[in-house]
Design a protein around this ligand. Sequence first.
Ligand code: AP5
Length: 253
Amino acid sequence: MSVILQRERLGASSMAEQVLRNIGPIVLLGPPGAGKGTQSKRITEHYRIPQVSTGDLLREHVKQATPLGVQIRDLMARGELVSDHLVCDIVAWRLREPDVERGFILDGFPRTATQAVWLDSFLKFEFFETGKWAAWLPIVVCIKVDYNKLLLRITGRRTCPVDGTIYNVYSNPPLVDEICDKDGAKLVTRDDDREEVIRERLDAYERQTKPVAEHYQQLSRVVDVNGDLPLDEVTASIVRVIDHNAESAVGSN
Ligand code: AP5
């Protein structure tokens, strides 16, 4: 085998080890339209850890018309938050799946101070005290976006109902209008992406989710990234934060 090929193979394997190491819990925080869902999917692919999106989990309940879905449908369509205990139950159930062992990315959770306190204690008891991880507090990446851009991002959003790929008619359009590049499905607009509802969601973020950032700021766990930048640059910033945190936040199993 040539030296160059050997080096390339070594490089590839150390890269794989690097990416497959323990990552721990990551929280992506930011207002509606900041890019949490978009970036979560990219981070998931990079580190091969699952995305846990409470918005997606709740929308699935609505779509399947489960008893919970029926209960929360109207409230979500108005842009209000679902009650803490319902969301925490869903998250607890999801975080007990085996695929979260190396870490996971929380998108849309925690969203209230109560949820943040609940999460800290859940992670402590389920991951730290069981000896799985050497630390439990999440690293919180806060995506900052200019307020005036958020409205355009949300009204321009289109999502693939099959694989969840997120597009934007202004900044990240599909190759063919309204059709998913990957599977050809017709793209959909979310029920809560209407202009009158968006205001309510942005207000809910200011009122109820800002205290989450404050909670983690007091614990020195928050790093801001500039979400106004192009998608690849935002992803690179988040990867830098996670890489920097990974070694200190999580011990080896
Ligand atoms: P949820 O689904 O969590 O929605 P959200 O927080 O309002 O956030 P969005 O999904 O609107 O935005 P995003 O930040 O993911 O942006 P995206 O990547 O799509 O919650 C929905 C509802 O569920 C809530 O209102 C509530 O009712 C309920 N809920 C959920 N979690 C809950 C909880 N924990 N407690 C209680 N209730 C809960 O990007 C937006 C657009 O911008 C896309 O079109 C994208 O292509 C584009 N874009 C992204 N990044 C860039 C960039 N860098 N440059 C240009 N365009 C970009």
